[in-house]
Design a protein around this ligand. Structure first.
Ligand SMILES: [Zn+2]
Length: 179
């Protein structure tokens, strides 16, 4: 999957599940790290090791679990971070969401290709829901459809979880009055 595809789908998935735009942005920052870490570690030899050790979900998921456990399973708040009191819980949670981005990256790669399951040196699990474009960095039609589905579901889940039906009715009636 392309970097843009990873960023957009990860942001939408986390926004829909937490209803926190801040947590979604933190995950977005982590969402391309499994690929960029390959450039850092392997440099030009990257292709030989692509989607192997860096795309093994177990270490990323373990690190995310540790961070969330330390945070007391909270969603971070910018106001608490600025305030500084008990902010360490929120700091752990921020890092947890960054690692969540890495975990989701691997899941998203498994939709269009193969990633390791239990053996990090072997790419043996993949769903092939859509194909990637042959051109590097270009989003294929299947990838675009996948990303749009994530965005739509994420936004709907965010709206449903953040607002009540009364809020929607009020917004619509105010809008009708204004035109
Ligand atoms: Zn990848």
């Amino acid at each position: 999957m392309t970097g843009t595809g990873h960023r957009l789908s990860t942001f939408s998935i986390v926004l829909g599940t937490t209803s926190s735009p801040f947590a979604a942005i933190l995950s977005l920052f982590g969402s391309t790290f499994p690929d960029s870490s390959e450039y850092i570690i392997f440099g030009k030899r990257r292709n030989r090791y692509h989607r192997r050790w860096t795309h093994w979900f177990i270490p990323w998921a373990f690190l995310a679990y540790i961070c969330f456990q330390r945070s007391g399973w909270i969603v971070p708040k910018i106001s608490t971070l600025i305030d500084g009191k008990n902010a360490h819980f929120d700091v752990w949670s921020c890092v947890g969401f960054w690692f969540t981005g890495c975990v989701l990256h691997i899941l998203e790669d498994a939709w269009c290709g193969t990633v390791p399951f239990l053996r990090p040196w072997k790419r043996d699990i993949g769903f092939h829901v859509f194909h990637m474009s042959k051109k590097f960095g270009e989003m294929s039609r299947g990838e675009k459809n996948f990303v749009w589905c994530c965005i739509l579901i994420g936004i709907i889940a965010f709206l449903v979880r953040t607002y009540t039906i009364e809020d929607f009715v009020r917004i619509i009636t105010e809008f009708m009055k204004s035109i």
